[in-house]
Design a protein around this ligand. Structure first.
Ligand code: ADE
Length: 224
């Protein structure tokens, strides 16, 4: 999978995408992420990428021309399955969308800043608008990093244990059951007996029951 990201603060994306599983996905050639700095496409001698909003009001808006120039350059190189704009008024991002995006080949993410991007860029290019939650970030970069991370780990071969991503929280609209490692007893707290026995069927049933109980108490909305 290839992911291009347009940003005015590319530094914000460097660290989250260059460690751990995201780095491994790129080292293995399963994921390629390119961050494109919008600033050189800015207008005038100050490379301006934003301007006052028509109609007045606080906050700047990202201008059409720099974004269009960079997007057109990228589109000349490849077609995108989705051009995604990160915005708090987008579709609420969840595992179902992550699963679907992980099946695609080419994605372009546009990170907004200030009051957002000029509406006409959304109309002209954007095919999908995503929000990572009902709160406002100072830019789309952290949202893009969250989404790229959640997609990248789903790509076949990225996570060592192939079945691991399938047993994650949310994959069956269920929260994951509790997990334990050694020691079997710590500060008087014991790992449940069933997990220490070798009965695979009993372990599976225990995990299912725990997942359902946990979901019912913590996230009943998932069971609806
Ligand atoms: N940009 C600012 N806030 C955001 C959010 N909650 N989700 C996605 N992009 C954003």
């Amino acid at each position: 999978m290839r992911i291009d990201i347009i940003s005015t603060v590319p530094e914000l994306l460097a660290s989250p995408l260059s460690h751990s599983i995201m780095q491994r996905a790129q080292d293995k050639g399963l994921l390629s992420v390119e961050v494109h700095d919008l600033r050189p496409y800015g207008l005038g001698k100050h490379n301006s990428v934003d301007d006052y909003q028509f109609g007045g009001g606080a906050g700047m808006v990202m201008r059409c021309e720099p974004l269009a120039a960079l997007i057109d350059e990228l589109l000349a190189e490849r077609a995108y399955d989705e051009i995604v704009y990160l915005t708090p008024d987008g579709e609420r991002y969840a595992q179902r969308r992550a699963n679907r995006l992980s099946l695609l080949d080419n994605l372009l993410f546009i990170c907004g800043h200030y009051k957002g991007i000029d509406e006409r860029i959304r109309e002209e290019y954007v095919t999908l608008e995503l929000s990572i939650g009902d709160y406002v970030l100072s830019g789309g970069e952290l949202a893009a990093a969250v989404i790229v991370d959640s997609i990248g780990r789903l790509l076949p071969g990225v996570i060592g244990d192939e079945t691991s991503a399938l047993t994650d929280t949310f994959q069956d609209d269920l929260l994951a059951p509790p997990v334990y490692t050694r020691p079997a007893e710590w500060r008087g707290r014991e790992v449940p007996e069933v997990l220490r026995g070798g009965d695979a069927g009993a372990i599976e049933r225990w995990r299912e029951a725990q997942a359902e109980a946990r979901t019912a108490t913590r996230r009943p909305d998932l069971l609806e």
